[in-house]
Ligand binder design. Structure first.
Ligand SMILES: NC(=O)c1ccc[n+]([C@@H]2O[C@H](COP(=O)([O-])OP(=O)(O)OC[C@H]3O[C@@H](n4cnc5c(N)ncnc54)[C@H](OP(=O)(O)O)[C@@H]3O)[C@@H](O)[C@H]2O)c1
Length: 299
């Protein structure tokens, strides 16, 4: 094993930092909280199921007795829940060092969010778009703050139809809808990086994907769950691209981190490219405009 690999031992002490991880009741988010809390940050778990979140805190505190973790309710498929969460954070915290937009759903049957958005696009992209916008004043106020967007190799399946973002007019294809949500995470990252650059690159936004990691995400696909034991890496490895995107001081705004190994599905994290379509600036701008209109959050 080469000494050049980036792993969690590279993360310095985070005492005094406030870090939010969305969707941290399982999988990658839970693993991220465990590691970050172990580095002495104040971690806010932003979760839709608060009881499940508290169980995670108890589990982590068995290992790190002094882990400083708050659990707060956030349902990314509901704009009023996002607004309520953002209000709680703005009222109770005077800094936000890192926002990790990790939560996600994959391959469910056709359904809509509370606000009428296709569920995967609404939760994975629009929810995090609104959350980031609402928390932006606190992120801007905090020196050297950072934002991380979780995308996926499945962004290559994405090809947004701006005439029908909610799949009202087309036969639903849940794989493509997931791909749409994950290319949207990249358009968001690249567009926000361009916009923030004008303001002196603060906060810094980067993206990550975990290759193929065994988590609860595959629950809607018997095939993928079955193949987990052959192809998926462990969550301890899958979380490293997120952590590198969040903590590597050399990470540049707009970089995309993922595993370096075979087909980018496993291995230690490196910066790499996403597909050509994801760098289309006109599509990224259009998505930004539509996301502002749909969520009512402008930034
Ligand atoms: N695992 C992989 O191979 C893989 C590959 C590419 C990308 N990713 C991305 O990695 C991220 C994390 O996924 P994971 O693999 O760790 O899956 P996971 O174990 O299913 O975790 C997903 C988390 O998101 C939460 N969540 C779902 N809907 C939510 C909502 N409406 N509001 C708030 N939280 C919500 C879940 O909460 P509950 O516990 O309440 O369900 C859970 O905590 C996702 O963005 C996913 O797209 C994963």
């Amino acid at each position: 094993m080469s000494k050049q690999h980036w792993d969690a031992t590279k993360i310095p002490d985070q005492q005094g930092k406030v870090i939010i991880v969305t969707g941290s009741t399982s999988g990658l988010g839970k693993e991220a909280v465990k590691i970050i809390a172990g580095k002495n940050a104040k971690v806010i778990m932003a979760v839709r199921n608060v009881d499940k979140g508290k169980d995670v805190v108890n589990e982590i505190q068995k290992k790190f007795k002094h882990a400083d973790i708050d659990v707060k309710k956030l349902d990314l498929s509901n704009l009023s829940s996002i607004r309520a969460f953002a209000n709680v954070i703005m009222e109770n915290y005077d800094r936000l060092d890192i926002l990790i937009n990790n939560a996600g759903i994959m391959f469910g049957p056709y359904s809509k969010t509370v606000d009428g958005f296709e569920n995967q696009f609404g939760t994975n992209h629009l929810g995090h778009f609104a959350l980031t916008g609402l928390l932006m004043p606190l992120l801007k106020k905090t020196e050297a703050s950072r934002i991380i967007a979780l995308s996926s190799l499945a962004h290559t399946m994405g090809n947004l139809n701006f005439e029908d973002l909610n799949w009202d007019a087309r036969k639903y294809n849940t794989q493509k809808a997931y791909g749409d949500s994950k290319i949207s995470n990249l358009y968001f990252t690249y567009e926000l990086a361009r916009r923030l650059n004008k303001d002196g690159n603060h906060p810094r936004i980067t993206a990550a994907h975990p290759g193929w990691t065994a988590t609860d995400l595959q629950r809607n696909s018997a095939l993928m769950s079955g193949m987990n034991k052959f192809f998926a890496q462990r969550v301890e490895m899958g979380v490293l691209p997120t952590l590198r995107a969040a903590f590597d001081e050399n990470a540049k705004a707009g970089e995309f981190y993922g595993p370096s190994g075979i087909m980018n599905m496993r291995g230690y994290p490196v910066a790499h490219s996403s597909n050509k379509r994801s760098y289309d600036k006109a599509r990224a701008r259009e998505l930004w405009k539509r996301s502002e209109e749909m969520t009512g959050v402008k930034f």
